[in-house]
Unconditional design. Structure first.
Length: 110
């Protein structure tokens, strides 16, 4: 997969879906933390993400979080995601910001 810009997987998701560039959502970091803690937090974030499970043109499942702004993330558990194709869901997991991938803990209907 070709790397595109700062968030290669997210850019590839946009291209494979035939839509514009996806923009990952950034979260503010606490200024009380040292540089090492800030980097670790910016790389991985625990959370809950709402959106629609879609199948991209290359066959991968992803979570489309904002259709109008083309925001979304790849999902690492393709088998679990497949069960919810086309449905709106709540995904619990860890976002790896550098790849735009959510390491899925759980997926539930929204």
């Amino acid at each position: 997969m070709k790397r595109l810009g700062m968030y290669p997987a997210v850019g590839a998701l946009a291209l494979s879906m035939g839509i514009g560039v996806l923009v990952p959502t950034a979260r503010a970091q606490s200024q009380n933390q040292g540089p090492d803690q800030q980097q670790t937090q910016s790389e991985q974030k625990n959370g809950t993400f709402l959106g629609q499970i879609i199948k991209t043109a290359n066959g991968q499942y992803a979570l489309l979080t904002d259709k109008e702004q083309n925001k979304g993330f790849f999902l690492d558990n393709q088998d679990k995601a497949k069960q919810f194709e086309g449905k709106y869901v709540k995904v619990t997991g860890v976002l790896e910001a550098s790849t735009g991938t959510i390491h899925v803990t759980d997926i539930q209907p929204a």
